[in-house]
Design a protein around this ligand. Structure first.
Ligand code: FA5
Ligand code: MG
Length: 385
C-alpha cells in the first residue's frame, strides 16, 4: 500500500498548479478498498462476485467474464481523465476548483472512468476497475475528498445480440438493447447487494462519455441517495479505441455509498477511522451491520464574509477540512446576499463540528474555528464581517 516513487514525486513537486492539500496527500496510497476486511473491500468483492455470477441476458445469451483491476495508480493524465472521455474544454470538472492537479498534464483521478480507454486499447472487453478517486467537493455525510469507485465496462461482440438486433451503434434498437442489458446487470447487482426489497429508481443523467446516460438511486435513511452513473459508451470513444462500429456500456459506482446503504453507516468519515469500535463490527461479509457506538454532541459555528473575486465554495470547504480534518461533519451555506449599493457579495457558512470517536470541548472547537477564520483571511483573502 506504499505509494510509488513517481506518485510521491508528483504529489510533492511544488508545481504552481499543484493544489493537493496535505490532508489529501496523506490519504493517497491508503487504498482502503484493498484492506482485507474493510467494508469498502467487502463491497468491492461483493460487486465483483455479482458480476461473476450474472445470469444470461435476453434470449439466453451468456454474459462475459469481467476481469477485475484494483491496483491502478492514482495519478493519471488530463488526457486519460478528461480528453479521451470527450469532456469539453470548459467542463466544470476540469477546473482546479473541482479537481486536484499535480502539474499541467497530470492530476489525481476524479473517477475510475479515467481507465476506460487505456483498458480498451489494451484489448480488454469486459472489466471492472476499483480505485480511490479524488475531488474537491462539498463537506457533508455523503461527500469526502477521497472516495472509492468501481468502474465496469462491457463491449458487445457479434454473437452477443438476439435475433432482430443488428448490433449497429446507429440502430436505435441496438442502443435500447444495450441500455436494457446495462440496467439489467446493475439491477441484479443492486438486488445481490441490498436484497430484492431495496427501493431503487432510475433517472436520466448526462455524461460527455455516454449516450444515453442514467443514474441509479437508492432510498436510504429517509432520502434518495445516488449510487452510480452509467450509460452506453459514446461511439467516438469506441472509434478512438479501434472499436468503431461496435457498442458497449459502462458504469461507475461509489463504494462508500453502497457500504453506507448496505451496512447502515451514517457518515462517510467513518471509513477512515482507526477506531476498533468501527472495524470490529465488520467481518468481511455482506451480513455485517453497523451500530453507531455513540453519537457525540455536535457544535456549530458560523462565519460570514465578503466574497473576493474568483473564490469558489470548494476553497472554503477545503480550508475547513485542512484545519479540522474529520472533526468537521458538514459545512452548509446559510445565507448569501449582494449588497444593494456596493454590489459586493456576502456569504455565511455554518460549520458543524462533531467527532465520531469522542466528545469535543468548547475550547477545542473555538480554537478550530479561530484557525478557520484566520486561514480564510490569510489564504483566501476574504474580509470577515
Ligand atoms: C462519474 O464519476 C462517472 N464517471 C460515472 C460513469 C461511469 C458514468 C461510466 C457513465 C459511464 P458521478 O460524478 O456521478 O459520475 O460519480 C459516480 C458515483 O461516485 C456517485 O454516484 C457517488 O456514488 C460517487 N461519488 C461521487 N462523488 C463523491 C464524493 N465526493 N464522495 C463520495 N462518493 C462520491
Ligand atoms: Mg452523478
Amino acid at each position: 500500500m506504499a505509494i510509488s516513487a513517481t506518485v510521491a514525486e508528483a504529489l510533492n513537486n511544488g508545481h504552481p498548479r499543484n493544489n493537493v492539500p496535505d490532508s489529501v496527500k496523506a490519504k493517497v496510497g491508503m487504498e482502503l478498498h484493498n484492506r482485507e476486511g474493510h467494508p469498502l473491500w467487502t463491497i468491492k468483492r461483493a460487486i465483483a462476485d455479482s458480476f461473476a455470477g450474472l445470469p444470461p441476458g435476453e434470449g439466453g445469451i451468456p454474459r462475459p467474464e469481467f476481469r477485475l483491476f484494483d491496483k491502478e495508480e492514482p495519478v493519471v493524465t488530463v488526457k486519460q481523465n478528461f480528453d479521451d472521455l470527450l469532456a469539453p474544454a470548459d467542463h466544470v470538472m476540469r477546473r482546479p476548483s473541482d479537481t486536484f492537479y499535480v502539474d499541467e498534464d497530470r492530476l489525481l483521478r476524479c473517477h475510475t472512468s479515467a481507465h476506460q480507454t487505456e483498458k480498451l486499447r489494451a484489448g480488454e472487453r469486459a472489466f471492472l476497475v476499483a480505485a480511490d478517486c479524488f475531488r474537491r467537493d462539498e463537506v457533508d455525510s455523503t461527500h469526502y475528498p477521497v472516495f472509492h469507485q468501481m468502474e465496469g465496462l462491457r463491449v458487445f461482440g457479434e454473437g452477443d445480440f438476439p435475433e432482430g438486433v443488428s448490433g449497429d451503434p446507429e440502430d436505435p434498437e441496438t442502443v435500447a438493447y444495450v441500455s436494457r442489458d446495462l440496467q439489467g446487470c446493475l439491477s441484479g447487482m443492486a438486488s445481490s447487494l441490498f436484497g430484492e426489497g431495496a427501493r431503487c429508481r432510475w433517472n436520466d443523467d448526462y455524461f460527455p462519455f455516454t449516450d444515453p446516460s442514467f443514474e441509479l438511486e437508492i432510498w436510504n435513511g429517509g432520502d434518495w441517495m445516488e449510487l452510480l452513473g452509467c450509460g452506453v459508451v459514446h461511439r467516438d470513444i469506441m472509434a478512438s479505441c479501434g472499436l468503431g462500429g461496435r457498442v458497449g456500456w459502462a458504469f461507475g459506482i461509489g463504494l462508500e455509498r453502497v457500504a453506507m446503504a448496505r451496512f447502515g453507516i451514517p457518515d462517510i468519515r467513518l471509513f477512515w477511522t482507526e477506531d476498533d469500535r468501527f472495524h470490529s463490527q465488520f467481518d468481511g461479509t455482506l451480513a455485517s451491520s453497523f451500530k453507531p457506538y455513540s453519537k457525540y454532541p455536535p457544535c456549530h459555528k458560523d462565519v460570514a464574509f465578503w466574497v473576493p473575486d474568483g473564490l469558489h465554495p470548494n476553497d472554503v470547504f477545503e480550508t475547513v477540512r485542512e484545519v479540522a480534518g474529520d472533526l468537521v461533519e458538514s459545512v452548509e451555506l446559510l445565507d448569501a446576499f449582494t449588497h444593494p449599493e456596493t454590489a459586493r457579495e456576502s456569504t455565511c457558512y455554518r460549520v458543524n463540528y462533531r467527532s465520531m470517536d469522542r466528545s469535543l470541548t468548547n475550547e477545542e472547537v473555538d480554537a478550530l474555528q479561530m484557525q478557520v477564520r484566520e486561514r480564510l483571511v490569510g489564504r483566501l483573502g476574504v474580509e470577515l464581517r
